[in-house]
Design a binder for this molecule. Structure first.
Ligand SMILES: [Zn+2]
Ligand SMILES: [Zn+2]
Length: 342
């Protein structure tokens, strides 16, 4: 599929990612690399080149980025190595060892990087897919007060679309997202929300499952992988609804669907980033029905069937106990069925 951010071939079908996992970050017999102290400056201005197999140890990639950022004045030579930023690996999944990175396998999130350095990083460091300048906030709207324009990070160079892979009771789930406009999550091998969805689906055996705040679609698509006949995903934020729809397409080969139809274009969605009344973004044909909406979840009841029997409400802001109770009470009144907060 053509990537909506960069126009290249960034988004693959699930099996194309899953098939690479066993050795994508494994070194060849000729690979080598130093383990560097991230809390100290780079000891010299040296970095190793990639191995003839095309991979390079992540610390050497960090050394390369550090040297460029010092040359461009983004860092002094006295900053610790970790000042380069946070590496988001593609594809992201729970790993036993630090990775040996192949080309195009890293999105850098950095608060210190500038445009000239970002351009050089994408041009000169083969492992980098994209460079994002980040601020000290979670990009995207808040759950409870979605008014006003949400803050987002800035993609300076390359492409920031990357995938996480979650291991489930069924097939692994491949979840793409555009990192500058969506929150960071990284599979840890034991993911409580993934477990919680599995437990609740086994307990309630729902016919119709709603993921009311779907983000990139992880929990709703997991319900679909676990064979729930009718699944509805919804998010108010254009990027979340867009990637929920595309992740439905990415994982369709593991669902009982014949076709996935995506009804809205990325550019059109980006022009109206927040939508209140639910707008259908994608639907399926086949034995299973999966629908994706963009809208405020408090209005989603207007398009839901009367037989919703299980809803997951995945709030960022779980700390406000009173608000959570109010949201659950309102959902129970308007939609009904069982509800869980993962
Ligand atoms: Zn792309
Ligand atoms: Zn090698």
């Amino acid at each position: 599929m053509k990537c909506p951010v960069c126009g290249h071939d960034c988004v693959k079908d699930a099996h194309e990612i899953i098939d690479t996992l066993h050795d994508v970050f494994t070194p060849c017999p000729g690979c080598s690399g130093r383990t560097l102290n991230k809390r100290a400056p780079l000891p010299d201005s040296h970095y190793a080149s990639p191995c003839s197999c095309g991979k390079r140890f992540i610390d050497e990639v960090f050394a390369h980025m550090y040297v460029i950022m010092v040359e461009e004045g983004d860092l002094t030579g006295d900053d610790p190595l970790k000042s380069v930023g946070s590496p988001l690996i593609h594809p992201g999944f729970a790993m036993q060892h630090p990775p040996y990175l192949p080309p195009d396998s890293l999105v850098l999130l950095s608060s210190t990087v500038t445009q000239p350095a970002a351009d050089r990083l994408v041009r000169e460091v083969p492992e980098i897919r994209g460079v994002v300048k980040c601020g000290d906030f979670v990009p995207g709207p808040e759950d409870v007060d979605p008014d006003g324009m949400p803050e987002v990070h800035t993609l300076l160079a390359g492409c920031d679309v990357r995938a996480n892979v979650f291991f489930t009771q069924a097939e692994p789930l491949v979840v793409y997202k555009q990192q500058s406009v969506m929150h960071i999550e990284f599979p840890r091998g034991y993911d409580p929300k993934i477990v919680s969805v599995g437990v609740n689906i086994r307990k309630y055996r729902p016919r119709t499952f709603v993921d009311a705040l779907s983000g990139p679609g992880t929990l709703g698509l997991l319900a679909a992988l676990l064979d729930v006949p009718h699944v509805v995903l919804n998010d108010i934020w254009y990027a979340a609804a867009f990637w929920s729809a595309h992740n439905l397409r990415v994982n369709r080969e593991h669902l009982q669907v014949d076709e996935v139809t995506i009804l809205r274009e990325y550019d059109e969605m980006k022009r109206r980033p927040l939508v209140t009344e639910p707008l259908k973004i994608a639907e399926t044909e086949g034995k299973q029905s999966v629908e994706v909406y963009q809208g405020d979840f408090r209005h989603l009841h207007t398009v839901l069937p009367p037989d919703v029997d299980l809803t997951v409400i995945d709030l960022f802001e779980k700390r406000h106990r009173g608000l959570v109770d109010e949201i659950v009470r309102e959902w129970r009144e308007k939609v009904g069925g069982d509800i869980f907060i993962p």
